[in-house]
Design a protein around this ligand. Structure first.
Ligand code: FE2
Length: 272
């Protein structure tokens, strides 16, 4: 069983000259790589209709299941001002391969669980107060979730909502081994390290140590997958392999703007 893992493909932002170049390139990669399963850890698009369309295309063109969790961009309301982020989250949850509603049994031994996750500011510097973080603004940089993500409760409560959901998924999982997926970060290792002042503040919005701490309590968790921070890193600790492999924005790619070149560099594969 060979699984491909990627996050933050941002098909709308990575759109070149009016057409999505990422989805066809990802289909080609999957079809050339003998993968049995693919996991996308969120930020597929900033419009849920495009997110769903992209998953459909990937599954139709590759004939393998493409499991996903929503990212913060996927639940943004910019293009749907009549909807809340809850409305969008629930529409996405209906997709049978969205882990937020449907943990996926790979076989008798392995199950994949997951959800968006949110943040509780604990990855931010303690020099700031919760009120400071609630403003989601550092000088003239505005954290876009403060405008685009329309929940009905503060970030810390959203974080707890997702944490409780993941706890429930873990307790209900009937497998010897678990892959746990969140869009946000589960460990501080993937935050911006030795941060400049702006990131001492913005690290607060990258995830929560509560997810990593939860996984540590369950020895069945073998992999933790996340995205959000546009890194490509793997860390081994507590008997868990933590994977953060993002495609990110084409403006962040080193020496190419061609997704056919960048996608093979960005995907992480694991074999079960
Ligand atoms: Fe992203």
């Amino acid at each position: 069983m060979k699984i491909g893992i990627l996050s933050d493909i941002h098909v709308d932002i990575n759109n070149r000259s009016g057409s999505d170049a990422v989805t066809p390139a990802l289909c080609t990669y999957i079809n050339n790589s003998s993968l049995d399963l693919f996991i996308l850890a969120g930020d597929i698009a900033s419009d849920y209709t495009l997110t769903l369309e992209t998953i459909e295309k990937l599954e139709t063109e590759t004939s393998i299941p493409v499991l996903f969790v929503p990212g913060n961009h996927d639940i943004w309301t910019e293009n749907h001002p009549d909807l809340t982020s809850w409305d969008i989250y629930n529409k996405l949850k209906k997709h049978p391969h969205n882990l937020a509603g449907n943990p996926y049994a790979v076989n008798d031994d392995w199950v994949v669980i997951g959800d968006l996750g949110w943040y509780d500011y604990k990855f931010g510097s303690s020099v700031y107060s919760i009120e400071d973080f609630n403003r989601m603004r550092f000088k003239d940089r505005v954290w876009q979730d403060s405008i685009m993500a329309k929940w009905d409760r503060p970030a810390i409560e959203m974080n707890n909502f997702f944490l409780q959901k993941l706890k429930k998924q873990l307790s209900q999982a009937r497998a010897r081994n678990i892959i746990a997926v969140t869009h946000v970060l589960a460990i501080a290792d993937f935050t911006v390290l030795n941060p400049p002042p702006m990131w001492e503040y913005l690290n607060a919005f990258l995830g929560s140590p509560a997810y990593g701490n939860l996984y540590k309590t369950d020895p069945r968790v073998r992999y933790s997958v996340s995205g959000h921070v546009h890194y490509r890193k793997t860390v081994q600790k507590n008997g868990i392999e933590y994977i953060c492999n993002c495609l990110g924005y084409s403006s962040e790619w080193q020496d190419t703007d061609d997704p056919y070149i960048e996608i093979p560099r960005a995907v992480k594969t694991i074999e079960l």
